[in-house]
Design a protein around this ligand. Structure first.
Ligand code: 13P
Length: 200
């Protein structure tokens, strides 16, 4: 089990750096976690630059906030991650980005319409926006619960993006597609009237 945890810690570090380089994270904002037991997760620490993040910096904690391992403070959004794990038993990874096109939809509090086939295949349809909640509060997570239903993610009003998955790879892929759909929709609006697709 310890070996698996170390592998997962390194996967979080590698994916965080990739997200930073891809522009899914901004500054030190954004965070990533994975569930390692029914009531336990590994999560990125708060306010650490992704280009200096190390595997030993990843915090192991219980969903009730008890820190089990790690010398740094967990992400300020740990309550949001915990709320999603408590509501969705099949979710084992949560990825919070600040990717700009999708976050723009969160600022105007509009859904990202399902305009690409990837919306159907990977995301479950349009990406809805969760009601606003003050950062760091459990409400950021509880407001996301209803709009996450049957979807691979949602946006958070005036805040960012949430992508979920059965593992880190799936949550990461979904975060990439959420940004891609938001970007393509924005470009297509310039050219004409985007057509939404309900199914393949
Ligand atoms: P931290 O994970 O560094 O606390 O980031 C906060 C954040 O992303 C707020 O949107």
């Amino acid at each position: 089990m310890e070996q698996n945890l170390d592998i997962l810690r390194q996967e979080i570090v590698d994916k965080s750096l990739e997200a930073f380089r891809e522009g899914l994270f901004s500054g030190t904002s954004g965070n990533m976690s994975c569930r390692v037991a029914p009531d336990e997760m590994l999560i990125t620490p708060t306010s650490v630059r992704y280009d200096v993040l190390r595997a030993q910096d990843i915090v192991r904690m219980k969903l009730d906030g008890t820190v089990l391992e790690g010398g740094l403070q967990p992400s300020s959004e740990w309550r949001m991650h915990a709320a999603v794990y408590k509501a969705y038993g099949e979710t084992n990874a949560v990825f919070h980005t600040h990717s700009p096109y999708a976050t723009a939809f969160a600022v105007v509090r509009k859904s990202i319409p399902a305009v690409l086939i990837e919306s159907c295949i990977f995301l479950g349809g349009d990406i809805r926006c969760a009601a606003y909640a003050a950062p760091g509060t459990e409400s950021v997570g509880t407001n996301a619960i209803p709009v996450l239903r049957d979807r691979g993610g949602c946006t958070l009003a005036n805040h960012g993006v949430l992508a979920v998955g059965k593992d880190l790879a799936q949550a990461y892929l979904r975060a990439e597609y959420i940004e891609d759909v938001a970007k393509v929709y924005t470009f297509s609006k310039v050219l004409g009237t985007p057509v939404e697709i309900a199914s393949l």
